[in-house]
Design a protein around this ligand. Sequence first.
Ligand SMILES: Cc1cc2nc3c(=O)[nH]c(=O)nc-3n(C[C@H](O)[C@H](O)[C@H](O)COP(=O)(O)OP(=O)(O)OC[C@H]3O[C@@H](n4cnc5c(N)ncnc54)[C@H](O)[C@@H]3O)c2cc1C
Length: 329
Amino acid sequence: MLCVLCADVCPVLRPADPDQPATLKFREPLQDDGYGLYSYELFARSTRSEIVEATQDGGVVSVLLQHQLETGEIQGAILGDVEEDNPQIGFARLARTAEEIMACAGSRYTFSPNTLALTEAMEQGVGPVAVVGVPCQVNGVRQQQHSTIRMAINRWYRDNVTLVIGLFCSEAFTHESVTALAERFDVEPSAIENINIKGKVIVRITDRETETLSLKQFRKYARPACLYCTDYAADLADIGVGGIGRDDWTYVVVRTEAGHKALQACIDAGRLETAKVSDFPKSKELLTRLSQQKANRPLPALMPTLQEREAAGDLDPKAFGKKLGEAKA
Ligand SMILES: Cc1cc2nc3c(=O)[nH]c(=O)nc-3n(C[C@H](O)[C@H](O)[C@H](O)COP(=O)(O)OP(=O)(O)OC[C@H]3O[C@@H](n4cnc5c(N)ncnc54)[C@H](O)[C@@H]3O)c2cc1C
């Protein structure tokens, strides 16, 4: 007998249910420009410069969470925090205060197992909660909310996860990537304060000028699992956010009623300022192109294995399959 349990719980293999827009209460009128259904989009950033400074892009994620916490919409947020001796390696954190939310701000380009903190929230009875994650984590949360396996746990997810913020994501990188960066710039990993990827890898190092590295060179450190992902803009999140197009602003794609309510509350409270995406048309073009690049990848089952890709030196997600094709020709 065929058991399809693994496919049913896999956020990558399991196709999205056709009734997802209704189930997740996507906000009408809906648009589809190739990066998931959405209602509207804008650039936003914190109205406080010290928050913009302390966060990855415009600080929208941290501001949304702080506002939700302070207005009692949530009791906690499922985030990623970091160790002091290696600030680029994340671990899961259930943040319960504005200070804890800010301590988690910024992006780690390694995989951060944020969603593990959901178990802590469930066990401690902390809810409702907001979840922040890259697209695979967003899809995992939706799976938990809407799968028919383990009904009691799924009900907890449905009732208690009230806001899902998805980070745009080309790929995450291995822990080895951080060691390699530290070696290249001849510093301890603890001195790498922040990494930002804007067409190139921008590395902020303690007491040093900012260093940059070609993204092409860095891509060999992409996590193998990320090569199978087809979701760039967190299509099933309430809000998708990224650092595309404009420095120090967050590109915000509002998809659902919950996302709209959370965002507008922050704007109304004067915590976020906004700008039109249409004034920066190149940013939208880039979002569309990067989303399409991922969406057009073959399904995982049709892809070459990691061993085949390694043998062909074909580990760059952007040129995926090209070298392998050449090797086979
Ligand atoms: C691995 C990764 C890849 C990304 N790739 C792209 C990209 O290709 N294009 C693009 O436009 N944007 C990308 N982003 C998103 C971008 O870096 C910012 O997170 C986003 O613009 C929000 O900025 P902010 O200032 O509003 O967020 P902040 O207010 O700084 O909050 C960021 C939140 O992200 C959480 N976080 C940090 N690291 C991780 C992680 N590894 N996994 C899950 N959650 C994490 C933190 O807990 C924090 O709550 C990526 C982010 C990550 C983590």
